[in-house]
Write a protein that binds this ligand. Sequence first.
Ligand code: COA
Length: 190
Amino acid sequence: METTGRADLPGELKYVQYEHSLEAQYLPAIRALISKDLSEPYSIYVYRYFLYQWGHLCYMALDPVDSSLIGVIICKLEPHASHSPPTLRGYIAMLAVSSPYRGHGVATALVKMAIDAMARRNADEIVLETEETNVPAMRLYERLGFLRSKKLHRYYLNGNSAYRLVLLLRPIDPDAAADLSLDDIDLAPR
Ligand SMILES: CC(C)(COP(=O)(O)OP(=O)(O)OC[C@H]1O[C@@H](n2cnc3c(N)ncnc32)[C@H](O)[C@@H]1OP(=O)(O)O)[C@@H](O)C(=O)NCCC(=O)NCCS
């Protein structure tokens, strides 16, 4: 993970929902920001898979002066059939904030916007995976009420394990909730 110095935010950031008309302007910056902290970058198709179908669940934090990208969250929302009855499951696939601007609440704001957008669309739960060594991400999500549902051993290509975290937005049958299993994986391990 990069360790550049902290910078003050350049004023009040603009938070905007992604839409297809913004692809040419922002997709390269989104890829660059997210791939900076990945051991193995996702292909362009992975980004398009999410952004084409669920752009309304993706938000960007922009510099108010030059509209450059400071942070982004990418999500999806689908029925999850391995629960009975099926749940509507939100999934936070990617989240990143430009390193000089971390620690100012930008990711917190993005995650809250995504949670609200998925809740408005009747999500029952929101899940994600994060590396167990990713202390800032674990703290952020647990502060927002996510719970550890499962440890995924050696989930990443670098051999690190992950936690699956879940935020329950409405009560789910406890038997079904216990069934968060490895075959639920939404994004191929890197
Ligand atoms: C994880 C990540 C997204 C967090 O982004 P961030 O914008 O720094 O997160 P926030 O500022 O919202 O929260 C971080 C901390 O800053 C604190 N904070 C919030 N608002 C603040 C403010 N106005 N001023 C100072 N600190 C603030 C928060 O309390 C939080 O502290 P905590 O350690 O107690 O949780 C960022 O570190 C990142 O991009 N990492 C690389 C990619 C990654 O790991 N993504 C997650 C994969 S699932």
